[in-house]
Design a protein around this ligand. Structure first.
Ligand code: NDP
Length: 452
């Protein structure tokens, strides 16, 4: 690797030694940008590589709230506004006990390149809190989200920073936060995406990340003359992304045999059909129950404490395609190896950074079709971008219109990744293609602005 890239990676590790996920994301992106160093000496001269790994600003704040027993609870809130070179900051909010600054920085950094790939004018940001919505009443979630917004509102706006959902932040949380923002700002604007349809949301936004990951894999499969017909697919997670990944795979003729949550994994070899999926959506979005209840209802196997990828390895489960849709680093090298040996030839990441660097090496060694998260799951933020456009125009598009635009964007992301991988000497390397294609637009914009 060139000294320019190495020095930046070393500096990132030296300055914030505890931010492991951020180091991982920076190393993954920068190590593939090597060819741009040679081709664009102007980026080196303007020190773009060192500037792009430093967020524009990091906001951290106290979130005090009252639980149902009247006790005062305190959580920590974050918003990392990473880079707005090509548009207003945009990226989701994550509520999960594991949230810390390193995780939010990794997600915000990835978001810069993902948003650039969508072709829409959106910068990169991410935020959230270590608040755990699991086991909380609706009233507690409302009190927490209102307190969170009571501080966040100062830093966001429809032309400045437009947050959305992520793990633990769905329609209910966005509704509470939007309602509170509207109240204290006395404004009805497109300041959040993922809103309800009745108050400015876009059709297809809830479905978009899952549908997009399936469209992206469809494009990768087509390069080898394959499609979804009768393909056996493994999906992890059972939240927003997983649910609509299953729906789209079913509609294209494939069969999904796994789902999971943080407690365990179910395997249903007959396939998770439309009726069973409706059960999952109700279980997760209304009852807020555990995936184990699926196994009890449909009399299928449940593996407590295991991830989908552990189960595939331990049970030698045959799958054609894999859609990791739960969380970061869920697939390690051992499980990647087992996945490939059990027949998997296509991996499309619905989650952000679900594969460890060693797992990615395994995919590359076996020449598996591999769509990294920042390309494969970009359909969510792309449709958030479409929601922003509809809000600005004060109109709403039909389901068919939004779905057609989403499908078109996923095809174009796939094409940009392939073209960039070819132009920079590694045709078919979607990791390198996504990183370079996303980076160039942002780097050129930063160059145009001078030193700011
Ligand atoms: P949800 O909160 O709706 O669902 C997350 C699912 O993953 C749940 O089933 C959850 O189980 C499981 N999960 C979360 N953390 C862990 C963990 N540490 N170990 C095992 N299982 C876990 O989130 P989303 O579906 O929205 O997000 C899933 C992934 O997709 C994330 O990586 C997110 O960043 C990414 N993503 C989401 C987008 C969106 O539009 N929503 C856009 C782009 C990427 P449990 O309920 O037990 O916690």
């Amino acid at each position: 690797m060139s000294s320019v890239i190495n020095e930046v990676i070393d500096k990132v590790k030296r300055m914030d030694p505890e931010q492991k996920e951020f180091h991982q994301a920076v190393e993954e992106v920068l190590s593939t940008l090597e060819p741009t160093v040679k081709k664009h000496p102007e980026f080196v001269k303007a020190n773009i590589y060192e500037r792009i790994v430093e967020p524009d600003r990091v906001i951290m704040f106290r979130v005090p709230w009252l639980d149902d027993k009247g006790n005062v609870q305190v959580n920590r809130g974050f918003r990392v506004q990473f880079n707005n070179a090509i548009g207003p900051y945009k990226g989701g909010l994550r509520f999960h006990p594991s949230v810390n600054l390193g995780i939010i920085k990794f997600l915000g950094f990835e978001q810069i390149f993902k948003n650039s790939l969508t072709t829409l004018p959106m910068g990169g940001a991410k935020g959230g809190s270590d608040f755990d919505p699991k086991g909380k009443s609706d009233m507690e979630v409302m009190k927490f989200t209102q307190s969170f917004m009571r501080e966040l509102f100062r830093y966001i706006g429809p032309d400045c920073d437009v947050p959305a959902g992520d793990i633990g932040v769905g329609g209910r949380e966005i509704g509470f936060m939007y309602g509170y923002y509207k109240k204290i700002r006395n404004e009805h604007t497109g300041v959040l995406t993922g809103k309800g349809l009745d108050y400015g949301g876009s059709l297809i936004r809830p479905e978009a990340t899952g549908y997009g990951a399936v469209y992206f894999a469809g494009e990768m499969l087509a390069t080898q003359g394959k499609d979804y017909n009768d393909k056996i697919c493994a999906v992890s997670g059972s939240g927003n992304v997983a649910q609509y990944t299953v729906e789209k795979i079913n509609s294209l003729g494939g069969k999904v045999v796994t789902l999971s949550d943080s407690s365990g994994t179910i395997v249903d070899e007959k396939g998770i059909d439309k009726e069973k999926l409706a059960f999952v959506i109700n279980l997760k979005e209304v009852k807020r129950g555990r995936i184990k209840e699926y196994a009890e209802k449909y009399n299928v196997k449940y593996f407590e404490g295991l991830r989908v990828w552990d189960v595939i390895r331990e049970q030698n489960l045959k799958v054609d395609c894999a859609f990791p849709s739960a969380t970061q680093n869920e697939i390690n090298a051992k499980n990647a190896e087992a996945l490939v040996k059990n027949g998997c030839y296509c991996i499309s990441e619905g989650a952000n950074m679900p594969s460890t660097p060693d797992a990615i090496k395994v995919y590359q060694e076996y020449n598996v079709l591999y769509g990294p998260g920042k390309a494969a799951n970009a359909g969510g933020v792309a449709t958030s971008g479409l929601e922003m456009t509809q809000n600005s125009m004060r109109l709403s598009w039909s389901r068919e219109e939004v779905d057609a635009k989403l499908h078109g964007i996923m095809k174009s992301i796939h094409k940009s990744c392939l073209n960039a991988s070819e132009a920079y000497g590694k045709k078919g390397d979607y990791v390198m293609g996504a990183n370079i294609a996303g980076f160039l637009k942002v780097a050129k914009s930063m160059l145009a602005y001078g030193v700011v």
